[in-house]
Design a protein around this ligand. Structure first.
Ligand SMILES: Nc1nc2c(ncn2[C@@H]2O[C@H](COP(=O)(O)OP(=O)(O)OP(=O)(O)O)[C@@H](O)[C@H]2O)c(=O)[nH]1
Ligand SMILES: [Mg+2]
Length: 126
């Protein structure tokens, strides 16, 4: 029987994918990650989760996906920039019931991304 793990890759040839989730305070970053990993919405989440590995069998390519939670506080911008540089994809979050968080996306977060990223693999706004 062939070993599956050694040759697993995305159509772009990546053998692992790192997704960074960022956005304004309380916009659901951590809840989104827990929901994606467990398929259930959590009642309580810590402010910043440790790196979360999604099960390989979640996706047809069977490529390991790691989701990185981030802090929205200004003191942690250096760490955020570093995570964005290492990202294959970025998810930006805003709260539907707080329009100001959508404005922040274009005024603050997209600007931060433009400054921080050396290149963009993809951008998923949610
Ligand atoms: N109604 C609703 N509430 C949500 C949703 N996602 C998150 N929440 C709630 O919004 C609050 C903040 O969620 P978090 O996941 O802690 O948001 P966060 O962006 O990680 O927050 P910080 O880490 O503090 O910046 C919590 O009370 C969640 O239960 C959603 O999709 N719908
Ligand atoms: Mg959080």
């Amino acid at each position: 029987m062939a070993k599956a793990s050694a040759t697993n890759a995305t159509p772009g040839g990546k053998t692992r994918v790192r997704i960074v989730v960022c956005g304004g305070k309380g916009t659901g970053k951590s809840s989104l990650i827990v929901t994606a990993a467990t398929d259930s919405f959590p009642a309580n989440v810590p402010p910043v989760l440790p790196p979360t590995r999604l099960p390989e069998e979640f996706y047809p390519d069977r490529v390991p996906i790691t989701i990185i939670d981030t802090s929205s506080s200004t003191e942690d911008r250096g760490r955020l920039s570093e995570e964005l540089r290492r990202a294959d994809a970025v998810v930006l979050t805003y709260a539907c019931d707080r329009p100001e968080t959508l404005e922040e996306l274009s005024e603050l977060w997209l600007n931060s991304l433009t400054i921080s990223l050396e290149y963009w693999s993809s951008l998923v706004a949610s």
